[in-house]
Design a binder for this molecule. Structure first.
Ligand SMILES: Cc1cc2nc3c(=O)[nH]c(=O)nc-3n(C[C@H](O)[C@H](O)[C@H](O)COP(=O)(O)OP(=O)(O)OC[C@H]3O[C@@H](n4cnc5c(N)ncnc54)[C@H](O)[C@@H]3O)c2cc1C
Length: 367
């Protein structure tokens, strides 16, 4: 088994696997080092592709929409390689209005968004008959991120240029690009890709402090499917999945604690009930928590380190890693080939917002 490759990818979540596949597509050899950790985000997420609803700064917005529109071809290519059909929903996302914010929501709706009055909303989604209207963000939607992760793992395992190694990474050396593992010794790459999610900031040997921390999100799945559209509102969101619905999510500064809590589950039940009264008694199928890899300004960190160009960041994906990762990997594939990737400019590790912005508050709800 070889310990040297063109690209050494640290972390096997959505960021690591999509980057590994993008590198292999460019005929680079890849080793992916990963050990499953409780709270790893990619399977725990809700899978929404919501650039229209999420707060994304102006200089990153076009990338966010490109990332959303990257998905159809991306899942199509995955299906051809793996036979796995990853469910992709592009029906649009509803943003519910209340009596107090309906006018403001209608006025602030982005270009391309459609205002639905209460009658139109009820025709589209009878379960929302009590709401004061909604904005429909066409083309936003969701992907089943669990099936997506299955497909990415299968694609990586079928790719001769990629070797996946189960190993815990202890230290990273950006100068002599390599990583030391607990039981398997040292692995080397011409380039290193740091894609270790919420744990990205914790390695000795990085050339700079990396402002990434875990932010816990709890989710609940209920055994009813009252709506067809992914919906933001009532202090959280609903994501239809098969004949169930995901209710999300808390946003908590709880360190690396990755269990659900009674308080978190009660908050989720409230969101569900405020959105659709009939969900008050719906049985809980499942509940879990994940750790968002939250960067200081809540946006991804991408591109090579300006002081240590062998080190490439694919981390800090925060609340929108399912949305951004496949697009980001495609861009990072260029970086790994030494080609320019100007679209990554707003995401660089040395952007001022990573040095200066304040931390967001604790226990709220978000994606
Ligand atoms: C509740 C919740 C809901 C979310 N909803 C959405 C959503 O709707 N839409 C969206 O776009 N995003 C969403 N996100 C965010 C998204 O899930 C993340 O941004 C994304 O999954 C991050 O992917 P990643 O590969 O960087 O990290 P991860 O998936 O956490 O992967 C990191 C990997 O690195 C491994 N690792 C870490 N340290 C080491 C080490 N020392 N040695 C070996 N392996 C290591 C971990 O075990 C893990 O396998 C949500 C997140 C949460 C928690």
């Amino acid at each position: 088994m070889t310990t040297t490759a063109d690209v050494l990818v640290l972390g096997g979540g959505i960021a690591g696997l999509t980057t590994a596949l993008a590198a292999a597509r460019r005929r680079l050899t890849v080793i992916v080092l990963d050990t499953p950790r409780p709270g790893a985000a990619s399977r725990a997420a809700a899978g929404m592709l919501a650039p229209s609803v999420e707060e994304i700064p102006a200089d990153m917005r076009s990338a966010a929409f490109e990332a959303r529109d990257f998905y159809p071809a991306f899942v199509d290519a995955l299906r051809q390689r793996t036979g796995i059909d990853v469910p992709l929903d592009r029906r649009g996302i509803l943003q519910l209005a209340s009596e107090t914010d309906a006018d403001e929501l209608r006025r602030s709706a982005a270009d391309g968004a459609i205002w639905l009055d209460p009658y139109e909303l009820r025709s589209l989604e009878p379960a929302f008959a009590d709401h004061a209207g909604a904005v429909l963000h066409a083309l936003d939607g969701a992907v089943d991120n669990v099936v997506l992760m299955d497909a990415l793992e299968r694609a990586a395992d079928a790719e001769p240029a990629i070797q996946r190694v189960a190993a815990e990474i202890l230290t990273v050396d950006a100068d002599q690009p390599s990583a030391l593992t607990r039981t398997r010794g040292r692995y080397f790459g011409t380039r290193l890709v740091l894609a270790t999610g919420a744990w990205a900031g914790g390695f000795p040997g990085l050339p700079r402090p990396l402002p990434v921390r875990p932010v816990r999100g709890q989710l609940m799945r209920l055994a009813q499917s009252p709506v067809h559209h992914v919906t933001y509102g009532a202090g959280g969101y609903l994501v239809p999945r098969g004949d169930t619905v995901l209710i999300g999510a808390t946003s908590e500064e709880a360190g690396f604690e990755s269990e659900t809590s009674l308080a978190g589950l009660a908050a989720l039940r409230q969101i569900a009930t405020r959105a659709v009264g009939g969900l008050a008694g719906a049985p809980v199928v499942d509940h879990w928590a994940g750790l968002r890899p939250m960067s200081l300004d809540t946006h991804p960190i991408l591109d090579a380190d300006p002081d240590a160009p062998a080190l490439v960041y694919a981390c800090g994906f925060s609340r929108n890693g399912i949305l951004f990762a496949p697009w980001a990997a495609d861009q990072l594939g260029r970086v790994l080939m030494g080609e320019p990737a100007p679209e990554l400019e707003p995401f660089r590790v040395d952007r001022p917002a990573l040095a200066t912005s304040g931390r967001p508050g604790t226990t709220t709800t978000s994606s």
